[in-house]
Design a protein around this ligand. Structure first.
Ligand SMILES: [Zn+2]
Length: 95
């Protein structure tokens, strides 16, 4: 965990595209103020924080900000052969 106001990386300015240092504020959210054009990009939510951090250059693999959790198939879903549970027995009665 980076300390407050510590530079955590460098990302392209959202306005002019030049390299801009990205800092972490005391609340843990990322902020970047472009020294070239003066544009300030500040995260106010965890989503914005993740989006700014994903733009930091030189990272191994930036994680997607809001990737939906992978849905696993429900083992109790009808239609799949199961091992003779009580609901399988009931379903077979009404089939
Ligand atoms: Zn800029």
């Amino acid at each position: 965990m980076a300390r407050a106001n510590e530079v955590i990386g460098e990302a392209a300015c959202t306005c002019c595209g030049r390299d801009t240092p990205v800092k972490q504020m005391g609340n843990g959210l990322a902020v970047m103020t472009c020294p070239w054009c003066g544009t300030k990009t500040q995260a106010f939510t965890e989503r914005g924080n993740a989006l700014i951090r994903a733009k930091i250059k030189g990272q191994a693999a930036p994680a997607p900000a809001a990737a939906p959790a992978e849905r696993k198939p429900n083992p109790a879903t009808p239609g799949q052969k199961q091992g003779g549970g009580v609901f399988d027995t009931l379903n077979s009665l009404f089939a």
